[in-house]
Design a protein around this ligand. Structure first.
Ligand SMILES: [Ca+2]
Ligand SMILES: [Ca+2]
Ligand SMILES: [Ca+2]
Length: 257
């Protein structure tokens, strides 16, 4: 879906407006509707991610449609996900009530990179002979969830609603959480180029120096940081923003071309 704008106000006239992508489901055709409530990325041992499932059309009277949820694992890879409510049952009477699957990241002990896992929803019907639900293409309902390792230390950054956009009328937010329990308090410095302001009511946020400190007791509780436009930002300033590099090894082998 696209948009256009005309206005006598030259600031708005002919502005570019983002397109919106819509998915339309045909209620005459058997199908499964999968909606990720989120979060889109989960750490091993964290609280998990919710996925809502309904059907596109009503099964026949007496027909039982089963949706089996599983992770697609290829080659020598191991399962990275586990599911609560892995098998969903839909009937003539409950077909349009949302059922929720909780997806968890298995807490293994391997040190791993961030991994993009794929979840599939296989449908079958008790009316095998004449039900469209028995012959669905599972590729059409697959979803991806990013699994973050908790066997190495990391700060997981998640933008609310998938992006971070602020203007003078609108703030936005993102969250921070650690991937594993730290042995000592961990302080994360929030840096920007002066065009935005950080704010947060959480006691772990220090407004004096824009830092967040996690401890062994609260490392897995995400903290939400709000961003607003800095009304005092001077775009004409000749001074350069100061960026403090994080404390981590900086290796020449990490340079890519
Ligand atoms: Ca893992
Ligand atoms: Ca682990
Ligand atoms: Ca691991």
């Amino acid at each position: 879906m696209s948009h256009s704008i005309r206005s006598t106000n030259p600031e708005f006239d002919n502005l570019n407006i983002n397109n919106v992508e819509l998915t339309t489901y045909d209620n005459d055709q058997a199908g499964v509707i999968v909606v990720q409530k989120g979060p889109a990325s989960i750490a091993e041992g964290s609280k998990g991610s919710e996925v809502n499932v309904t059907l596109t059309k009503q099964p026949d009277v007496g027909e039982v449609v089963t949706v089996k949820v599983s992770e697609i694992v290829t080659g020598d890879n191991k399962n990275q996900l586990s599911f609560v409510d892995q098998t969903l049952i839909f009937t003539h009477s409950n077909w349009n009530s949302t059922q929720t699957v909780l997806v968890n990241a298995i807490d293994d002990s391997d040190t791993e990179n961030s991994y993009r896992a794929t979840v599939q929803f296989e449908t079958s019907s008790s009316n095998i002979a004449d039900s469209g639900f028995s012959s669905l293409n599972t590729a059409e309902s697959e979803i991806n969830i990013i699994v973050e390792d908790n066997d190495k230390g990391a700060v997981l950054v998640t933008a609310s609603h998938g992006s971070t956009i602020v203007n003078s009328e609108k703030s936005d937010s993102y969250s921070l959480v650690l991937s594993r329990a730290p042995k000592a308090p961990v302080t994360v410095n929030l840096l920007n180029d002066g065009q935005t302001l950080f704010s947060c009511d959480d006691k772990r946020f220090n407004a004096e120096d824009n830092s967040v400190t996690f401890t062994a007791e609260n490392w897995n509780e995400a903290i939400t940081i709000t961003l607003n436009v800095n009304p005092d930002y001077d775009a004409q300033s000749t001074s350069q923003p100061v960026q403090k590099p994080p404390l981590q090894p900086h290796l020449l082998t990490q340079i890519t071309r």
